[in-house]
Design a protein around this ligand. Structure first.
Ligand SMILES: [Zn+2]
Length: 113
């Protein structure tokens, strides 16, 4: 396997060498895909600190909107609706935020090699 030395497209430092899972002498030297930050490669620390959080943020953003909307709805029912409507809307709030938490949990498991 040829060894290439690449520099991280985000911090510009040399990309760290990684041992592959099963063999202890084979390196992976090409880091991680830096998308959507840029179309280059990046080191493990930038991947963990920048790329992965950014991807998660992009995915969860629409869900955050859902949470916002359900809270606004609940507030509306708190003022103008029946107790039943208010309870229902609170349940909806809990559901959308739980969905989001499940989603984030799955994403962080996927990111472990
Ligand atoms: Zn880096």
């Amino acid at each position: 396997m040829k060894k290439v030395t690449l520099n991280c497209s985000i911090c510009k430092e040399k990309i760290d060498e990684q041992f592959t899972k099963n063999a202890n002498k084979v390196y992976w030297t090409e880091g991680h895909n830096a998308e959507p930050i840029n179309d280059g490669r990046c080191c493990t620390s930038c991947n963990n600190a920048v790329v992965v959080p950014y991807r998660i943020l992009k995915l969860v953003n629409p869900k955050l909107d859902d949470i916002n909307n359900s809270i606004i709805k609940a507030l509306h029912f708190a003022e103008n609706g029946s107790e039943e409507e208010f309870d229902e809307s609170l349940e909806e709030c809990v559901k959308v935020s739980k969905d989001l938490m499940d989603m984030v949990k799955e994403l962080s498991i996927d990111e472990e090699m």
